[in-house]
Design a binder for this molecule. Structure first.
Ligand code: SF4
Length: 396
């Protein structure tokens, strides 16, 4: 097996122990999630898994509230009390103050946000601690602190406001709150930027960690040009940007992306249009700029769900988002044609780590009085992250 030391990485890049992450062992202090996953996992082939999950869920009753992200597997979604995108699920967690346990079937940063937004009395658990997010991992706290120093050296930190996507670690949300910025989602990114440049008086925004959402929002919704955006690469000295370019830029985009949405290519759009005449191409704003520009509609996961629901029977959609959701939409709307935009399989591998065995282990442990895989955010970080999340909730 290739060891981390054997990887051919650019100078100055400190690798995360991906090999360990894939095996679900050890811990990764540089990552937004740990990877230890204690607890006796039932065998995936155990034919009684569904019955065991039902029994444990019933035993927990109102003491537990199970949240399921849209990208989760069907076998897990079946047990969700509510489904939604990361923001809706965080709101739902906060709206259930009586639930002792919030079982978050999603990824680590979502469970962190739920912990920040719920009371101290409530405990948030993630069925598999290895369910992280590669995009969130692309901006570590130390990297962002170093980037802020680069901005200060260029004389622009004072006129820059950080805006971080919900898909970031609590540490990055805390950084954002400490510097008077806001969190945003793919639904309210435009409002977040309008607030930053308007009420907050920013000359520049440091947009973390998804370059594509930042660029697409700035160019397609805020009327900026591509030349107004610079890409800050944390693996290059000075971010790979000259101080002069930083001074000229209006959007400083962090070099991060989603491993799922970043895979959709422009030729897939042309290909599906040739195969299915009249097809509506609908994509998530985490897709590359050229893909979003070539699509018919762009919007958040919730937007995509609503658009497919609202379309008349017979409408054909090619959807550029996570495959579990696309398959669910196709099943839910047999009167419409719903296909996946890419030809290759495109599940989110970390979302998919949460499966029925992990859910059964979690529910049975909680029912037996043992809290496993609890996610907690350190109080100081939580306080500033909460400020950035509250700022998002207060966006006009
Ligand atoms: S779909 Fe992309 S942004 Fe969402 S959890 Fe997976 S890697 Fe992260």
């Amino acid at each position: 097996m290739t060891s981390v030391e054997d990887l051919d990485l650019p100078a100055g890049v400190s690798p995360t122990p991906l090999a360990l992450l894939l095996l679900g062992r050890g811990s990764d202090p540089d990552s937004e999630r740990g990877v230890d996953c204690p607890g006796g996992l039932p065998d995936a082939s155990d034919p009684s898994l569904v019955e065991r999950a039902r029994a444990a869920r019933a035993a927990l009753g109102d003491r537990a509230f199970v949240l399921g992200h849209h990208y989760q597997r069907a076998e897990v979604i079946e047990f969700a009390d509510v489904t939604g995108d990361s923001f809706k699920l965080a709101q739902q967690a906060a709206a259930r103050p009586d639930a002792e346990f919030i079982v978050f079937c999603g990824v680590h940063f979502m469970a962190e946000s739920a912990d920040i937004l719920t009371s101290d009395r409530q405990q948030v658990v993630l069925p598999d601690l290895a369910a992280g997010c590669s995009m969130a991992d692309m901006a570590t706290f130390d990297q962002v602190e170093d980037a802020w120093d680069v901005l200060a050296d260029a004389g622009v930190a004072d006129v820059t406001v950080p805006v971080t996507y919900m898909n970031s670690s609590a540490a990055i949300k805390g950084f954002t709150g400490r510097h008077g910025g806001t969190v945003c989602t793919s639904s309210n990114a435009r409002r977040a930027l309008e607030w930053a440049y308007g009420d907050r008086g920013a000359e520049k925004v440091l947009f973390l960690p998804d370059q594509h959402l930042g660029r697409n929002t700035a160019v397609l919704e805020m009327g900026m040009s591509l030349a107004d955006c610079v890409l800050f690469d944390p693996h290059k000295p000075g971010g790979g940007v000259t101080p002069e370019a930083l001074r000229k830029a209006r959007m400083i985009l962090w070099r991060g992306h989603c491993s799922v949405h970043g895979r959709f290519r422009l030729d897939a759009v042309a290909d599906v249009r040739a195969r299915i005449p009249g097809v509506q191409v609908i994509v998530h704003p985490e897709c590359r700029h050229e893909v979003v520009t070539a699509a018919d509609q762009v919007g958040s996961t919730e937007y995509i769900i609503r658009a497919v629901e609202a379309a008349p029977p017979g409408t054909a959609f090619a959807v550029g988002t996570e495959l579990n959701l696309v398959q669910r939409l196709a099943k839910r709307h047999p009167d419409k044609q719903v296909v996946f935009l890419e030809k290759t399989v495109c599940y989110c591998s970390t979302m998919n780590r949460i499966d029925l065995p992990h859910l059964v282990m979690t529910l049975e442990s909680l029912a037996a009085g043992q809290v496993v895989n609890r996610i907690t955010v350190e109080p100081e970080t939580a306080r500033y992250a909460r400020a950035a999340l509250d700022q998002m909730l207060a966006l006009p």
